[in-house]
Design a protein around this ligand. Sequence first.
Ligand code: IPM
Ligand code: MG
Length: 352
Amino acid sequence: MARIAVIPGDGIGVEVMAEAVRVLRRTRELAGLDLELRTWDLGAERTLREGVTITEAEFETLEGDYEAILLGALGDPRIADDRHARDILLGLRFRLDLFVNFRPCRLLDPSLSPLRNPDRWSGGMEIFRENTEGIYVNLGGRFKAGTRDEVAIHEDLSTWKGVERIVRAAFSHARDRRRPRVTLVDKANAMPASGALWRRVFQEVGADFPEVEREAVFVDAMAMDLVRRPQRYGVLVTSNLFGDILSDLAAVLTGGIGLAPSANLHPGRHALFEPVHGSAPDIAGSGTANPMAAILCVGLLLDHLGHVREARRVEEAVSLAIAEGVTTPDLEGTSSTEEVGGWIADHLANVA
Ligand code: IPM
Ligand code: MG
């Protein structure tokens, strides 16, 4: 039996996670899967109520007692600087050492893309974002804060071990999925120290995968090229910050952030699945949030647990909903969050 912790979180996270759980329950019923879901009350409400974001004991339980975590979104205007979101989301990434942030970009329907020739980009791509280092380790500080002499230092950390494991994950994926090439995205021209480390590791690890080509592209050029000719790319590997930025860009090319799922992984050890979007307090409660990214996270979760057919079924049902126009307003539809989730759950039995 696999135990799944469900953390709906804040804002639209709660709404989209309700639909994701509905789809997961329906899949469990259809395929007779042995899955146990347990909801966790972590997020703004709990933080405001108890003054605690997440405890060490909770990290331990989530790490030890669960196969995987499904997370909605975190962020609430009542908590200045979203401290709880950092403690919980970044806390789980660091504490559970989820070093791969896997962000697949699939164009489920060409009509959704702002690209001029979306048909050329049917293959999609996968971003391997380093998830435990870089600028996110929050090293540095402020000096003479609040004065005209204020100095802020924010350091960008890369370790050989940290780079090696994400680069290896990207190459293994390319080999297993028969992607011809892995592209390293960096800024080695302006950041030569980390650039040299990443490029050295990229060459060394890449040599273990002779069947996979390798190339390096600067991040500014990549931002341009992803819009110009995304079909050129299959697997991207990059640092924490560049991966954060490029995954939003890539998401909008596939129809918007409402469709982008992601997996935070420590292969063989633990996994956390979350939509790329945030808690969107401005539309929370309006019933207009797109639940598809969260539902596609259920697909990634099923795939991760080895239920490959069920994962395909979830993705197919989402594609079908798009083709039938059962979508929320971000995709120009008129359906509510609940209607979209309900429709997808109801049609799981009708697809592949
Ligand atoms: C993401 C988000 C997070 C990140 C935020 C909420 C800290 O933007 O998962 O892409 O920067 O990693
Ligand atoms: Mg982001």
